[in-house]
Design a protein around this ligand. Structure first.
Ligand code: C2O
Ligand code: CU
Ligand code: CU
Length: 537
């Protein structure tokens, strides 16, 4: 086997567009240089070796015509067979199941007639294994990933991360779950096997020929794509059949831009045991939980005191998404200036949404039917794990947080006023390796800031901790519609930053030098440029 590299992209090595010289920042050289390497290395000894193939196929999803999707198929070449579970009736890629400490080699083969690359969302891997858009491969090419699973047990995922077309490619199907197990988690005796269930929530729009619709018009780009139909695990009419026993449900919001406010329709509170980076220290109870694109939560759900035949529905409740949601008017009445009002007018007057289910409206996400009696032995542990809280005093910059200002103006979505550009590292985007950084996302917390929209902000690399949230007075009313469902504990890689909010985090940058991205995970915003690289050196 021979694995070609992409000569065309290799030319990017010539640093077109670099604002700094390589001699001043040799780390850039190193990071850039490594992208050429796309062959299996002789001194890496994988425990698990798999092939993932991306291809365009017709899939029977509805009655009638098949649906054109882009699909990831997996195959285990070496190691445990359960490392790859293909899902043959959906657009979703296989569920990858790894064990902490395993060495993984993945041959990613591109059979699409488009360039693409996969990123392992939430995993702490070397820069060149992280699926930066600069590593995209063309039709017929293979990219070889080699990394060790350093993350603790948790619900991670992977998805396409291709320059300016990530949203379209994820929408077409290039995404899947990546679940990590470890001994600590396994010793807790949580529900496992068929009682440990992934729930991937996505929204899609299909036309009468059963084909995916992705219009990419201005409204859709500014607000983010919103589909007309909620899909669970890639299925249009998903109903979960459960027994009268406890379950562990792992939720991923794999939607391009839709934010969910998850709650049971009978008012039962949600028992959250995990977030993006794995288990929480202790179970936490919420009346509802906000789940923004790319965020994960794990719920402990005990159906044992409900009679067989009970039907439940997990809903998304009404909330205000700021300027542009269902209840967007609310935000406007909350005392915003004339400038913002003008911004709204530009969006097309009464047209408040590009979907029949506007963001922030009330709809059913998942139907659950209790269909059999069964005794479960599992007991919800009082303590799930020990999480060391990161200390501001240990940060490299305790008194000077690195501020990332989020803004949307006219047709652009920006970070610190900048748009994404490959190989465009600015001095404030350089971070010393093995440092802990105090960072803050400012979504119009200070002053007016164009259109107020929620932004789910994500950083590649290691998981971080949220240490503070502040909302300015103008946005209190909007925030009150989501505040009881915001989880700030545990390890996170994506954080929802609401309009008028400032979120402060502590993020470690250990072990790996090179480029790691930070961006809005509203995928339309990301493709519009709300994404940048950090250079760790
Ligand atoms: Cu899931 Cu760069 O993102
Ligand atoms: Cu990521
Ligand atoms: Cu955004």
């Amino acid at each position: 086997m021979k694995y070609k590299t992409n000569a065309q992209r290799r030319n990017l090595l010539k640093f077109a567009g670099f604002t700094l010289t390589a001699t001043a920042f040799p780390g850039i050289l190193q990071a850039m240089d490594s992208r050429i390497k796309s062959t299996a290395s002789a001194n890496f000894h994988p425990d698990v070796e798999i092939e993932l193939k991306m291809e365009s196929i017709m899939m029977p999803i509805f009655d009638g015509p098949r649906t054109r999707i882009w699909k990831v198929y997996g195959e285990v070449l070496k190691g445990p067979k359960q490392s790859v579970v293909n899902l043959n009736d959906t657009h979703l890629g296989p569920i990858l199941r790894f064990q902490k400490g395993q060495k993984i080699r993945i041959f990613l083969k591109n059979d699409l007639h488009a360039e693409s690359i996969l990123h392992w969302h939430g995993l702490h891997v070397p820069s060149k294994m992280d699926g930066n858009p600069m590593y995209a491969i063309n039709h017929g090419e293979t990219y070889v990933y080699e990394f060790e699973i350093l993350n603790r047990a948790g619900t991670y995922w992977y998805h396409a991360h291709t320059h300016s077309v990530t949203a379209k490619q994820v929408y077409s199907g290039l995404a899947g779950l990546l679940i990590v197990h470890d001994q600590e988690e396994q010793s807790l005796g949580l529900p496992s096997g068929q009682y440990d269930l992934p729930i991937v929530i996505q929204d899609r729009t299909f036309n009468r020929q059963n084909q995916l619709v992705y219009a990419n018009n201005m409204m859709q780009r500014m607000q983010g794509f919103l589909g007309d139909q909620i899909m669970i695990n890639g299925q249009p009419d998903f109903a979960l059949k459960v027994a009268t026993r406890p379950y562990r449900l792992r939720f991923l919001n794999g939607s391009n831009s839709r934010i969910y406010k998850l709650a049971w329709d009978d008012g039962t509170p949600l028992t959250v045991i995990g977030v993006d980076g794995g288990l929480l220290e202790k179970p936490e109870t919420y009346p509802y939980v906000m789940l923004a694109p790319a965020e994960r939560i794990e719920l402990w759900v005990d159906f044992s005191n409900k009679p067989v035949g009970t039907e439940l529905s997990l809903k998304s409740l009404e909330f205000s998404a700021g300027g542009m949601g269902m209840m967007g008017g609310m935000g406007m009445m909350g005392g915003m200036g004339g400038r913002r009002r003008m911004g709204m007018g530009m969006m097309g007057g009464g047209m408040m949404s590009n979907s029949t289910i506007p963001n922030g409206s009330d709809f059913s996400v998942l139907k659950v039917r209790i269909d059999r009696k069964e005794q479960g032995k599992e007991i919800l542990p009082k303590q799930l794990t020990k999480i060391t809280s990161l200390q501001v005093s240990n940060a490299a910059n305790p008194g000077h947080p690195r501020t990332i200002r989020l803004s949307m103006r006219h047709m652009s979505a920006l970070l610190n006023g900048r748009s994404y550009k490959m190989n465009d590292i600015r001095p404030d985007e350089i971070i010393p390796v093995n440092s802990l950084q105090l960072m803050e996302f400012d979504n119009g917390f200070q002053g007016m800031n164009g259109m107020a929209m929620p932004h789910p902000m994500h950083l590649h690399g290691e998981q971080f901790q949220i240490i503070n949230r502040q909302v300015n007075s103008r946005h209190q009313a909007t925030y009150a519609t989501v505040s009881k469902g915001i989880i700030s504990s545990g390890w996170k890689d994506t954080v929802l930053v609401m309009p008028g909010e400032k979120v402060t985090i502590l993020k470690p940058f250990n072990d790996f030098k090179g480029l790691f991205m930070y961006h809005c995970h509203n995928l339309e915003h990301e493709d519009m440029g709300m994404m940048r690289d950090l250079l760790i050196q």
